[in-house]
Design a protein around this ligand. Structure first.
Ligand SMILES: C[C@H](Cc1ccc(C(C)(C)C)cc1)[C@H](NN)c1nnnn1Cc1ccc2c(c1)OCO2
Length: 329
């Protein structure tokens, strides 16, 4: 069995939203597929209406196949400070043509303001390793872990694009989705993430600089968060770039286009085109743009978020394969 589902970027590619169906009869929700976490949680009818602003809610009482996991609860706090919590049901979850009959669906009772304010997003679907699932007392499996056994191959691929629909594919690598060779790198899943170490980077057409950067491939994070020494070396090459503490990041004149940013993946390289380093307008006054490459200070590892994934993938696509991190040029 194989499967594929389209994923659509929100404004400025801040997140990519993907349709899923839950319950019987099916309840259609749109969620954020997140390779950097491992809980499938959704807005639900158990929340107070003051926490909901337009999202679609999962109603377990309206599903003949829902089954409450007695005594189980979940609570998650994300690195950006947002959080959510609630209780747990087993129910049928379908993504494209793939169905898991007894997937743990974590129904929210509370969500933080960041989720309430994100009106198009009905929850998160974790594609990280099940070891970091937050359900207590018994952690639950991710959709991928539950479906993996019936897939032609135990893998999924991530193909995000800049301002255009992309796809998550399960069980196969679409040869039409990339050009050239796939380069593979070992995955360090010890922290529950798709971790890997990039050997170095280059700025624009400059020489490649050996500089180990350990981080995670994270579809749930918007930006590319790297060591501050690398980030300052990059912005040093941009006339007028500066760190703006009010905005909490580097900003720079939107034109001219900044230099490309290249990072290594094993023996391959991934290029973030300069025109995609400008993440969004920072201030209309003097045409400054907020950088898509920022410091990973305080996190403990780098985060290869959507800015890194959409460019390399839109250029050459790539995949996240158990035991490997695949990318291609
Ligand atoms: C932040 C997302 C998880 C999320 C996604 C979306 C949202 C909103 C819908 C409300 C917009 C909130 C949260 C990320 N997912 N793996 C994550 N979950 N846990 N750590 N990370 C990565 C990290 C860690 C630290 C950091 C960071 C990022 O940005 C700034 O500092």
């Amino acid at each position: 069995t194989t499967g594929a589902i389209a994923t659509d970027p929100e404004k400025h590619d801040v997140e990519y939203l993907t349709p899923i169906s839950v319950g019987t009869p099916s309840q259609d929700l749109i969620v954020d597929f997140d390779t950097g976490s491992s809980d499938l949680w959704v807005f639900s009818t158990e929340m107070s209406t003051s926490d909901i602003k337009g999202q679609t809610m999962y109603d377990p009482n309206n599903s003949s196949t829902s089954e409450k996991v007695q005594g189980s609860t979940w609570k998650i706090t994300y690195g950006d400070g947002s959080s959510s919590s609630g209780d747990v049901y087993l129910d049928t979850v379908t993504i494209g043509n793939l169905t898991v009959p007894n997937q743990a669906v974590e129904a929210a009772k509370k969500v933080s303001a960041e989720f309430t304010d994100d009106s198009h997003n009905d929850g998160l679907l974790g594609l990280g390793f099940s070891a970091i699932n937050t359900v207590q007392p018994t952690p639950q499996n991710t959709f991928f872990d539950n479906i993996k056994g019936i897939l032609d191959a135990p893998l999924f691929t991530v193909d995000l694009k800049h301002g255009a629909p992309g796809s998550f594919n399960f069980g196969y690598i679409d040869p039409a989705a990339y050009i050239g060779n796939i380069s593979w790198t070992p995955v360090d899943s010890s922290q529950g993430f798709w971790g890997f170490t990039s050997p170095g980077y280059a700025v624009g057409t400059g020489a490649f600089r050996n500089h180990s950067m350990s981080g995670i491939a994270d579809t749930g994070t918007t930006l590319l968060l790297l060591p501050k020494s690398v980030v300052s070396a990059y912005y040093k090459e941009i006339q007028g770039a500066q760190y703006d503490s009010d905005q909490g990041g580097y900003i720079f004149p939107c034109s001219p286009t900044p230099p490309d940013f290249v990072f290594g993946v094993n023996n391959g390289i991934v290029t973030v085109p300069g025109d995609m380093v400008s993440y969004a307008p920072a201030d209309s006054a003097n045409q400054n743009c907020f950088g898509g490459i920022q410091k990973d200070t305080g996190i403990g590892f780098s985060i290869f978020g959507d800015v890194a994934l959409k460019t390399s993938f839109v250029r050459s696509h790539g995949s996240i394969v158990p035991g490997h991190y695949a990318d291609c040029d």
